[in-house]
Write a protein that binds this ligand. Structure first.
Ligand SMILES: NC(=O)c1ccc[n+]([C@@H]2O[C@H](COP(=O)([O-])OP(=O)(O)OC[C@H]3O[C@@H](n4cnc5c(N)ncnc54)[C@H](OP(=O)(O)O)[C@@H]3O)[C@@H](O)[C@H]2O)c1
Length: 270
């Protein structure tokens, strides 16, 4: 078991749901916090409660991460010397079918789920690299593996989080002090659905975890030095099989030859 790096933890999307639980759990472990979101009232109420309950220093930073100027401010703060943990949690995406939304709405989701997460990862990793220590936690989703007619942008953005984070893990393999964890929640009972005008019963009731369960499992996963944490997956071999299939696919596509079925088709049409 590896303990979390000491120092201040920055958490995006800390005003509700998973981010708010991360804030409570990390404060309880003695971490100072930097809480980032748009809703000032929520952030200030949470910050005051955590200062009182856990005697830690809690800073709040109001920012709309879809806005490049606001994101630049957060980026610069996240790269400061006191930050040793970044939880890239802010995310949205209940857009529905792409035919029903504007191109601007699509872009905003990508700005939050992809651009902000990438820029903040980059800023934090530069600092962690220099220190030789730090923990980056990127919150993805199991929807990365579930292309969906009602969630093309969200599913695509979380597939990006999966590949981006897995690639970073490979890049930082030789620097074990720089830890990078991908957390992949399934359905979690938060405001995620209601705040985006979606029904809370998109999935069967029995498939939901609470944000408390999700975060406790994610922190246990980080302490176990897991690269990928899927809190609702009972058997880790399920992930191993997915990886084996992925590697088999990669090996198959490096055959250096066109598949016979396309050559047969050419012969028929010639
Ligand atoms: N709930 C699920 O079933 C589920 C499943 C898989 C993955 N996830 C992922 O888990 C993460 C957290 O979601 P949640 O379930 O905890 O939902 P949530 O309760 O709706 O929390 C979302 C958080 O993101 C912040 N946020 C949204 N847009 C923002 C913006 N433009 N700029 C800054 N902050 C923004 C919100 O704060 P403000 O509104 O105050 O800005 C809020 O704190 C997301 O990345 C989500 O994709 C959730």
């Amino acid at each position: 078991m590896t303990s979390l790096p000491t120092g201040r933890a920055a958490i995006t999307g800390a005003s509700s749901g998973i981010g708010a639980v991360y804030a409570e759990r990390l404060a309880n472990r003695g971490h100072d916090l930097l809480l980032i979101a748009r809703r000032a009232d929520r952030l200030e109420t949470l910050a005051a409660a955590l200062r009182k309950a856990h005697r830690v220093n809690v800073e709040t930073l109001l920012a709309d991460l879809e806005d490049p100027a606001a994101l630049a401010v957060v980026e610069s703060r996240v790269g400061q010397p006191d930050i040793s943990i970044l939880v890239n949690n802010a995310g949205a995406g209940g857009l529905g079918p792409t035919a029903n939304v504007t191109a601007d709405q699509i872009e905003r989701t990508i700005r939050l789920n992809v651009v902000a997460l990438s820029r903040l990862s980059h800023a934090a990793l530069a600092k962690f690299r220099a220190d030789g220590r730090g923990l980056l936690v990127n919150i993805g989703s199991v929807i990365a593996h579930a292309p969906s007619p009602s969630g093309a942008v969200y599913s695509g953005s979380k597939a990006y989080v999966l590949n981006f984070t897995r690639s970073l893990q490979a890049e930082y393999k030789a620097q074990p002090g720089v830890r990078i964890q991908l957390v992949m929640p399934g359905p979690i009972r938060t405001e995620f659905f209601s705040s985006q005008g979606l029904s809370d019963s998109v999935f069967p009731d029995s498939s939901y975890l609470t944000a408390d369960q999700l975060v406790d499992a994610a922190i246990a996963g980080a302490e176990a030095d897991e690269l990928v944490t899927v809190p609702s997956m009972a058997d880790p071999a399920t992930w191993d099989r997915l990886e084996e299939t992925r590697l088999a696919f990669l090996s198959a596509v490096h055959a250096g030859a066109v598949a016979p079925r396309y050559l047969e088709q050419e012969a028929v049409t010639a």
